[in-house]
Design a protein around this ligand. Sequence first.
Ligand code: DC
Length: 232
Amino acid sequence: MGERVGSRQGEKGLIIAIDGPAGVGKSTVARLLALRLGYLYLDTGALYRAVAWKVREAGLSPDDRAAITALLPETTLRMECGPELVHVFVDGRDVTGELRTPGVTALASMVSAIPAVREWLLPVQREIGASGSVVAEGRDIGTRVFPKADIKFFLEADADIRATRRHRELVAAGHSVQFDQTKRDLTGRDDRDRSRTVGPLMPAPDAERIDTSSMPAETVVEQMMAVITAKL
Ligand code: DC
């Protein structure tokens, strides 16, 4: 289900977990960190987005949990991971370029609240990360996917700052959206992430918490590297 491309051979490196809400800078720092360490970057949000893509393709309502659950065993998901490169295939089709549209983003937030979806994605994530040398990023990595991760970070930032970052990304990608709408969508997804019964967004008790509100990504990475170097 998962495939490691260009990973380190013959050396079991660390599993590094990075969790936090949307727009906090997880993807940017996870990618930078993976590059610095020569590790794989595991973007678990892309897996939830891939399921959402399939749900949309099948024409299912996000409320139809029974139909979505029935769709899972008929679905083949494959992810190619490298330090930067992430390709996601659903039933053999490369859907990477279609995963970050506002429609798929909204749907991913809804399908990720379905316990059967989270259960189905657990072995996919664990298979990719199990052999170590991985920086895995998501919402429940340190609490559920890799509760024994060697190092856990939980990133936080003010909601206005997160919405500003997300709005800038959307505009740069050619989407015409208002800032207020972006902020409403983002806080709505946060609420859903925090309140779901399975794998809710929360810091693991042993996670290092970093507030990224006024820190550029490079500074966050330096702070993380200091923690990691002490462990290596
Ligand atoms: O990180 P992202 O925005 O690409 O994630 C897409 C959606 O998937 C988001 O609504 C939260 C959800 N998600 C999750 O529930 N658990 C994860 N480990 C990763 C993402």
